[in-house]
Ligand binder design. Structure first.
Ligand code: NAG
Length: 569
């Protein structure tokens, strides 16, 4: 994974942007290099730049090499030379795609997984998206037609921001920090969409629009198919030329990923031991379960302990790195941020994780309060469509802060499509649901993510008490005192007087607690202006279903048993 940056001058003249006001006038190449330096943590290994002086176009690529380690430096140029591209992400089906490309061009060899995007563009134009599975954001420029193509994957696993300055020049970057001092408009690039056309007539178009966005479908659960499709997804996510590991919170999602990955690699390497990692405060509930899983799957497991103070130290860093002031995201990201730093120090460059399962299966505790399957489905769709502002943002930016690539097999295109097409009546959790699986009707209470657990039942994947474990919110799992302490600590910085003026100071997304106010104030220092504030969205459960608006598991009323509202990774 990497960081990408591109600037397209609106006048096609050598760029004379805002950053030229210093003592020396900067050339386009310097402007691009400097702006992109703010996201250089995403690509610790190489910086590549291409400048098309006469078109006023520059592209920068900060590289973390995972696939095509020796051949994949970017920006890429097409064989004929007129197409230039920078891409961030992984195209998981690139070997298959390369085969297809070779039917037309027998000598074709991909330089890395992302390099196929150029050939696909040459062959299919903007229809290329239907061929690729993966996580990606890219910027492409066709020097002949002068067309720009920008795009982001269906769920926004990979970040991208889009901005314009006063002169209507267009700026694109993986992280907002590269744009904040040059652009007067900034927006989050919408997942599953592209922008295409010449610089002055860029048109936005959605290329990802599955039927289940609008209405629930009625497919019956097929547990065999569910299992096989997920195994296939994990398999494709293992494509990697460097040392990798797996996050292991001991919750069902990450544990399944670790178990399946181990089984797959052992088919070719019977002695394989997966590197697994978990993090928590001393005595955290997650450790007990992650140790169980580690023993069960025979992984090489590392427990990372942190202290509350070490966690609190990271607040500013995390707001800067993640570019958010959402309280859930800030609280949950800190342990992950510390964990990926440790992993990096052990030589790990890629890590598998369990994000996305809660959104597609309905794993959050507040889903127990869904009034009916229809509403349940629409809420899932909303969660899935906001992943890029919450869990995907957290996962990507907390790991990329240290130059580690994080992959999320639950968000595999085919798998999400399968799960989201299932009749929501068969997925909804609750005390008295009637549901139907493999044609049989059953009654009775149903745990969240029932069908996922059921698909891997039988004892060969995970021990029963892990497979059927009730959820811990990620940040509850690391130790119950974490949430309480961080919210008290954050709130202690804010006076009653300041807080009383919250609506005046922050008319957009006004903070409703002192904790939120504190994160917002830090964010505002680093990313001033309404346009930056608008890029953030708050993660809240459905208060109209009777949930507390604090998403922490233990603040949810339904938590009384052993249930928690948000979940582990
Ligand atoms: C369920 O999926 C499996 C695997 O794809 C398939 O072989 C089987 O026929 C399916 N069962 C039903 C009832 O459709």
């Amino acid at each position: 994974m990497c960081g990408i940056f591109a600037v397209f001058s609106s006048s096609r003249k050598p760029f004379a942007g805002k950053k030229c006001k210093g003592r020396f006038k900067k050339c386009l190449r310097e402007i691009a290099y400097d702006q992109s330096s703010k996201q250089r943590h995403r690509g610790p290994e190489h910086t590549g730049i291409e400048v098309l002086e006469s078109d006023g176009v520059a592209m920068v690529h900060e590289r973390l090499a995972i696939v095509g380690v020796y051949t994949g430096d970017q920006p890429f140029r097409s064989d004929k030379g007129h197409i230039l591209m920078v891409a961030n992400g992984e195209i998981y089906n690139y070997l298959e795609l390369s085969e297809k490309i070779r039917e037309k061009r027998p000598s074709y060899k991909p330089k890395s997984d992302c390099s196929v995007l150029i050939e696909l563009y040459e062959d299919h134009g903007v229809e290329l998206f239907s061929y690729i599975t993966g996580m990606y954001a890219f910027a492409l420029y066709d020097e002949e037609s002068k067309n720009i193509l920008l795009a982001r994957d269906p769920y926004g696993i990979i970040p991208m921001y889009f901005g314009r300055d006063r002169e209507q020049n267009i700026w694109v970057a993986s992280e907002m920090k590269c744009l904040v001092d040059v652009c007067t408009e900034i927006e989050v690039f919408e997942p599953g969409t592209m922008m295409f056309g010449p610089v002055k007539e860029l048109k936005k178009k959605r290329f990802f629009n599955p039927d289940w966005f609008d209405k629930p479908l009625r497919t019956h659960t097929n547990l065999t198919l569910l299992r096989e499709t997920f195994e296939k997804a994990v398999h494709s996510h293992l494509e990697c030329e460097v040392k990798f590991g797996c996050l292991l919170s001991g919750g069902v999602d990450s544990s399944l990923v670790a178990s399946i990955a181990t089984k797959i690699v052992r088919q070719t390497d019977p002695d394989f031991k997966l590197e697994t990692f978990s993090i928590g405060l001393e005595g955290a509930p997650d450790f007990e379960y992650s140790n169980k899983v580690a023993k069960f799957i025979g992984s090489h497991h590392t427990e990372i302990h942190f202290t509350v103070d070490q966690g609190l130290d990271c607040i500013r860093d995390i707001i800067y790195k993640l570019e958010t002031y959402d309280i859930t995201t800030v609280r949950c990201s800190i342990p992950m941020y510390m964990m990926t730093r440790f992993m990096k120090s052990k030589g790990i460059k890629m890590v598998l994780s369990g994000e996305g399962a809660d959104e597609i299966f309905g794993g959050y505790l507040y889903f127990h309060k869904a009034p009916n399957p229809e509403d349940f489905h629409h809420e899932l769709v909303k969660r899935v469509r906001q992943l890029h502002l919450s869990d995907c943002l957290r996962a990507n930016k907390s790991s990329m802060a240290w130059g580690i690539e994080l992959r999320v097999p639950f968000l595999d295109k085919e798998f999400v499509d399968l799960v989201m097409s299932i009749n929501p009546a068969e997925k909804i959790p609750g005390p008295l649901n009637q549901f139907q699986i493999n044609g049989k009707r059953s009654h009775g209470p149903r745990i969240e993510k029932y069908i996922l657990r059921k698909a891997f039942d039988g004892g060969s994947y995970l021990p029963d008490d892990v497979l059927w474990r009730q959820k811990e919110q990620f940040s509850d799992g690391v130790g119950y005192s974490w949430i309480d302490t961080i919210s008290e600590y954050a709130a202690s910085h804010v006076t009653d007087e300041d807080f009383a003026a919250a609506a005046e100071i922050y008319p957009i997304n006004t903070p409703t607690t002192k904790e939120a106010f504190y994160y917002r104030a830090i964010f505002e220092e680093m990313f001033p202006g309404d346009h930056c504030a608008r890029t953030v969205q708050k993660w809240v459960p459905r208060t109209d279903w009777g949930c507390s608006d604090d998403p922490s598991g233990r603040k949810q009323a339904t938590h009384t048993a052993h249930k928690k509202c948000k979940t582990d990774v």
